[in-house]
Design a binder for this molecule. Structure first.
Ligand SMILES: [Zn+2]
Length: 617
């Protein structure tokens, strides 16, 4: 048992003003960490104790599939030159020189180191597969360190690397990590989602991110609790409830109507007594092509939808977007903002025979049919200074819509895509919205900010090729081993757990990763009987296998309760006045604000009661 009176737990009443997210505030206030410099922290007793528990879980699970190494943090330039990453890492890499003037860096990741070991030592397919992992300090010269331990320059990572003889082997190593990661995060008590992701600068194809929903996150993720669908908002799609189209008016052809002063969607909707779902919203962009020229792009989507610019960039193959200025609107639409529409525009025709890119430029996965047409647009776009128009998929097959007439104070009604205008491309470019249907199962999707806690990648031959790793296959032929790499942010597990469970007074960690399972608070140590009862309870709990902190400080009970609520310990036993009747109080930190949730326990039953709580699913 640890006695609080002898520990260094520097709790703070207030967090520094620059601490914005909950985990940053509470890690400082609870005395878990102290900042040394921007993005660099010291881990004090409680913080390190929690991180040790997290690392123990990671080790136990990783040892089931792999072998633990410990690789250098100090890496020579020559090694990173072999893979090209000495240059690719740019300013993110901490670089230094040794006394002889040789360049070196502090490692961000260790593909080159494990590949150099593999190429020197692995000779035969019989030695494969291999899974090597380590838990080690990593360095990254983050330009804007913030959010406590979420965006830092020095951090602890579990990184693992697999070597297999072929793609089927890599699939298996990848699946093992997927299962292991699920086991690790579940044991750590996190509620997480798994997102198919891009592999970014790591290279390769096939990757998943493990994410935790929190306001402190920097990614927006859509997910379905029912079937497990999850996607970054830049790729997420959703099913929409069907919309009943308006009945046609007159002869059913586009009808020009006078709509003075009805530039805003809300105004035209009220004026024509319809819904925003019946309106075509028009957005006019200038898009920077890969050739460095700005080109016009018009997007048409349902009146109540918004454009996802990341999707639009992918569809057009543009690098950057900005809205058109007044003169540009005049050039391409002949009409002012508020009255833009698709009818009568001269746009690039849809191109059936343009070169079709068979694979997504970002992930390498096979393209959906509508995405192939998108890729063709990227090509047409690059060659043309004409207007490219993009119709959002949600308007496909709709009829009798209302759209601007490209003329001040006029709209068209009875506008039907495909009949009255032909967009250059039809593609999903809208934002998915919380509550819309999951694309797989139609259950309502959730959308929120999330933090990445783990990432698994299929690297393929990226490093074995560039660094010359070869083994002999079963036929005695020299082949490259195929690789995977797999990371977990150790501190991010702690930060995410705090983000998931906190209130105004502090936080509570899942017992598996809390610095202690339980704090035994003696309300008044001047009372010898109370102190002795508290010590007995703590000893009983310890004998029962619990990690126990005894609060034997000479402080007022109120101060002790406040501190206990702050520092993340999931359970508290109050040893106070009721001890005379043979009772102590059990407080579950998650419900500490609710006095009625406090339970009285007979002195002799404390360990059994706590065990029942801790083994609850
Ligand atoms: Zn679903």
């Amino acid at each position: 048992m640890h006695r609080w009176s002898q520990l260094f737990v520097p709790t703070l009443r207030e967090a520094p003003a620059d601490a914005e997210v909950a985990s940053h505030k509470f890690l400082l206030r609870s005395g878990y960490i102290r900042q040394l410099s921007a993005g660099v922290y010291s881990y004090l007793f409680l913080g390190q104790r929690s991180l040790n528990k997290i690392m123990a879980i990671v080790r136990q699970e990783m040892d089931k599939i792999g072998q633990e190494f410990f690789l250098p943090a100090l890496l020579p330039r020559d090694l990173l030159e072999e893979s090209g990453r000495w240059t690719i890492f740019g300013d993110n890499l901490f670089r230094l020189k040794d006394r002889k003037g040789a360049d070196a860096c502090l490692g961000m990741t260790h593909e080159e180191v494990v590949t150099s070991i593999a190429r020197n030592e692995l000779r035969s397919y019989k030695q494969l597969p291999q899974i090597w992992y380590q838990i080690q300090t990593k360095f990254r010269d983050e330009p804007r360190p913030k959010s406590g331990l979420l965006r830092v320059r020095q951090f602890t990572m579990k990184d693992a690397y697999s070597f297999d003889i072929d793609a089927a082997g890599l699939d298996q190593s990848y699946r093992k990590h997927d299962q292991t990661y699920r086991a690790i995060f579940t044991r750590c008590g996190l509620s997480f989602i798994v997102v198919e992701a891009d592999s970014g600068m790591m290279g390769g194809s096939g990757s998943q991110e493990f994410m935790v929903y929190t306001e402190a996150g920097e990614d927006l993720i859509a997910s379905c609790a029912k079937c497990g669908y999850a996607a970054n908002i830049e790729k997420a799609t959703s099913r929409l409830a069907p919309v009943e189209d308006l009945a046609p008016t007159g002869d059913g052809k586009p009808e020009r109507i006078h709509t003075p002063g009805k530039a805003a969607i809300a105004d035209i909707v009220a004026f024509l007594n319809m819904l925003p779902q019946h309106d075509i919203k028009a957005l006019a962009y200038m898009a920077l092509g890969k050739d460095g020229a700005w080109k016009p792009v018009a997007v048409f989507l349902r009146g109540d939808h918004s454009v996802n610019e990341a999707k639009l960039l992918a569809v057009t193959g543009a690098r950057e977007l900005r809205y058109m200025g007044t003169e540009e609107l005049e050039t391409w639409f002949k009409g002012p903002a508020g009255y833009l529409g698709p009818v009568g525009l001269q746009n690039v025709a849809p191109s059936q025979d343009a070169p079709v890119l068979g694979r997504s430029f970002s992930t390498g996965r096979p393209l959906e049919p509508h995405e192939m047409r998108s890729s063709a647009v990227a090509v047409a776009f690059a060659k043309s200074g004409e207007l490219v128009t993009v119709l959002d998929k949600a308007l496909e097959s709709r009829t009798n819509l209302v759209a601007g007439a490209n003329e001040l104070d006029y709209h068209f009604r009875n506008v039907t895509p495909g009949r009255d205008f032909t967009p250059t491309v039809t593609a999903d470019v809208r934002d998915a919205v919380e509550g819309e249907g999951c694309p797989n199962c139609d259950a309502p999707i959730k959308i929120g900010k999330a933090v990445e806690i783990g990432h698994i990648f299929k690297l393929g031959y990226r490093y074995s090729e560039s660094m010359g790793a070869r083994v002999l296959d079963a036929n005695g032929k020299e082949v490259m081993p195929t690789m995977g790499c797999y990371g977990i942010g150790i501190e991010r597990i702690l930060s995410s757990a705090i983000e998931q469970s906190n209130d105004a007074n502090g936080f509570w960690l899942p017992p598996a990763i809390a610095p202690f399972d339980v704090v035994v608070t003696v309300t008044n140590i001047a009372d010898a009987a109370l102190l002795s009862a508290g010590e007995q309870v703590a000893r009983d709990l310890e004998a029962g296998g619990f990690d126990v902190l005894l609060d034997d400080r000479d402080e007022r009970a109120g101060v002790k309760f406040k501190d206990a609520d702050l520092i993340g310990i999931p359970y508290r036993i109050n040893v106070g006045k009721k001890t005379a009747e043979g009772l102590v109080e059990l407080v579950t930190r998650a419900t500490a604000g609710d006095r009625s949730a406090t339970r009285d326990l007979p002195l002799g039953e404390v360990a059994d009661s706590l065990r029942a709580l801790l083994t609850r699913p």
